[in-house]
Design a binder for this molecule. Structure first.
Ligand code: IMP
Ligand code: MG
Length: 175
């Protein structure tokens, strides 16, 4: 794209290595349980696919879709649900899989929506977490990387729907 430059930030092998570590923790913590992983579309689809293939215990998956950003880099501040869950998560051990937590608005909305459905437990895994941006009243249980407040793309993350296919994670800079 014109006037935009993307700078390498986290390589694909660094991401894969970190995902293996997170999966190890989950495998241990959910031993003898059958968690439901809920991927948040679209951004989390690559992370979800890689994470799930490092999970050694029985598990199920479903997807949730939200919209808040449109084609802009700044959040509209309004979260909308575009696709609900297909499975019944009442009494289930749920792990929400997000690509990135920025303002925290989306994850707050998702957590509150899922809690209404009375899961047995609810944890959150986010590949990226922008430090010092959100002001959440709860913890994110599994974080891949804490990053500075920059706009990043690749590995499922987009800018105006582009760049999701990049293998690594890049910082988007205006030039
Ligand atoms: P939040 O509601 O502000 O925490 O934003 C969450 C959603 O916005 C993420 O799940 C992403 O889809 C998108 N988002 C936030 N920051 C970025 C970024 O730096 N690059 C790409 N997408 C982002
Ligand atoms: Mg997202």
């Amino acid at each position: 794209m014109k006037n935009i430059n993307y700078v390498p930030f986290i390589t694909n092998s660094e991401v894969k290595k970190r995902i293996k570590d997170i999966a190890k923790e989950i495998n241990k913590e959910y031993k003898n349980k059958v968690p439901v992983f809920i991927g948040v579309l679209n951004g989390a689809f690559v992370f979800m696919a890689d994470l799930i293939r490092e999970i050694k215990i029985d598990c199920e998956i479903d997807f949730y879709k939200l919209s808040s950003y449109g084609d802009r880099k700044i959040s509209s501040g309004e979260v909308k649900s575009l696709k609900d869950l297909n499975c019944d998560i009442t009494g289930r051990d749920v792990i929400v899989v997000e690509d990135i937590i920025d303002s925290g608005l989306s994850i707050k909305y998702i957590k509150e929506d899922i809690q209404k459905q009375n899961p047995k437990s609810l944890k959150i895994a986010s590949l990226l977490f922008k430090e010092g941006v959100s002001n959440l009243y709860f913890d994110i249980d599994y974080i891949g990387f804490k990053i500075p407040n920059e706009f990043v793309v690749g590995y499922g993350l987009d800018y105006a729907q582009k760049y999701r296919n990049l293998k690594g994670i890049f910082v988007l800079k205006k030039v």
